[in-house]
Design a protein around this ligand. Structure first.
Ligand SMILES: CC(C)(COP(=O)(O)OP(=O)(O)OC[C@H]1O[C@@H](n2cnc3c(N)ncnc32)[C@H](O)[C@@H]1OP(=O)(O)O)[C@@H](O)C(=O)NCCC(=O)NCCS
Length: 281
């Protein structure tokens, strides 16, 4: 909430700012920050995960946030439609389509629900997008874990940095001109597992409030299925606890069952599901 002599601006969760004349306000009370927990709503969790990977631009449309990052990752180049767009759906979709096209990007929303075939707001939005010809992409899950229940840390020779250096970037050689800017769009810790001076595995961890958001876990293809992925994830969870996080989340695609198995074996459970809806033509 912001205030001056004449007006008060309130920022309700899931909506854009609301401005009131000061004379209309009788009582003001400081509200503690909302704590997001593994039992919190899908919208709360989407807002949290967005902060760990926001992209280089975030534009508000009511409660919806439009993320852009030069096209690197759908997560950073999609609208996250939490709360209310505060305009009719077709107007909101036209607005976001124009905004993405203006940036040379494909119009895209990340649609999330516990059950995307049910009647939650995310599922109803999904059905409305399907009816308008928006195509699905990358069905995925957000998984969470309570770090107090995490396995203990085996000794793992990790190096940590708060920037993605060349060695870290080299473990996953995917090239994109906006990769570094999108990674750096949230404060994060970068872990690199070095063996004999060579990087064999890497990961990223964004700390947001009480949460650690794990991403970019990758093991050298020649060394997979040797326990590096498990040991690195456990070490990252231990580091997250040291940094004060209570819970961790990550996002994993349905087409990656080996990573899902790894995360399930470490106690991660599905919080909600999401996929993208894109306007292809
Ligand atoms: C996912 C990934 C990080 C796993 O790393 P890894 O070092 O091969 O994994 P580990 O050897 O530690 O295996 C841990 C568990 O993962 C699962 N797993 C890993 N590879 C698997 C495979 N090829 N088939 C089935 N399960 C597999 C198993 O449950 C395994 O436990 P187990 O060996 O006791 O059965 C690695 O495959 C990778 O870099 N993939 C490409 C990038 C990626 O998908 N990252 C995750 C993004 S969310």
């Amino acid at each position: 909430m912001l205030s001056d002599q004449e007006r008060v601006v309130v920022l309700p969760a899931g909506r854009g700012p609301v401005e009131l004349p000061r004379s209309a306000v009788q009582v003001m009370r400081r509200v503690p920050p909302r704590v997001v927990r593994p039992t919190s709503s899908v919208d709360d969790m989407v807002r949290l995960t967005s902060r760990g990977w926001p992209g280089t631009e975030v534009v508000r449309m009511g409660g919806w946030s439009l993320h852009a990052g030069g096209g690197y990752s759908r997560r950073a180049n999609s609208c996250h439609p939490t709360g209310d767009a505060e305009r009719p759906l077709d107007e909101a979709l036209d607005g976001l389509s124009a905004s993405y096209r203006h940036r040379g990007l494909r119009p895209c929303l990340q649609v999330a629900a516990r059950d995307l075939t049910g009647d939650e707001p995310g599922a109803l939005l999904d059905a409305a997008l399907a009816a308008r010809g928006w195509h699905t992409a990358t069905p995925s899950s957000v998984m969470t874990v309570d770090l107090r229940a995490a396995p203990s840390d085996p000794p793992t020779p990790l190096e940590w940095s708060t920037t993605p250096g060349d060695i870290w970037l080299g473990v996953d050689p995917s090239q994109h001109p906006d990769r570094v800017e999108v990674l750096a769009s949230a404060d994060a810790h970068y872990s690199t597992w070095l063996t004999g001076g060579r990087a064999v595995a890497a990961g990223r961890m964004a700390i947001t409030d009480d949460w650690a958001g794990l991403s970019c876990l990758v093991v050298d293809p020649a060394l997979r299925r040797n326990g590096h992925g498990r040991a690195l994830t456990i070490a990252m969870m231990a580091r997250a606890r040291e940094l004060g996080a209570r819970w961790a989340y990550l996002q994993v695609a349905d087409e990656n069952p080996r990573a899902q198995r790894l995360y399930e074996s470490l106690g991660f459970r599905v919080h909600h599901r999401y996929h993208y809806r894109e306007l292809v033509s």
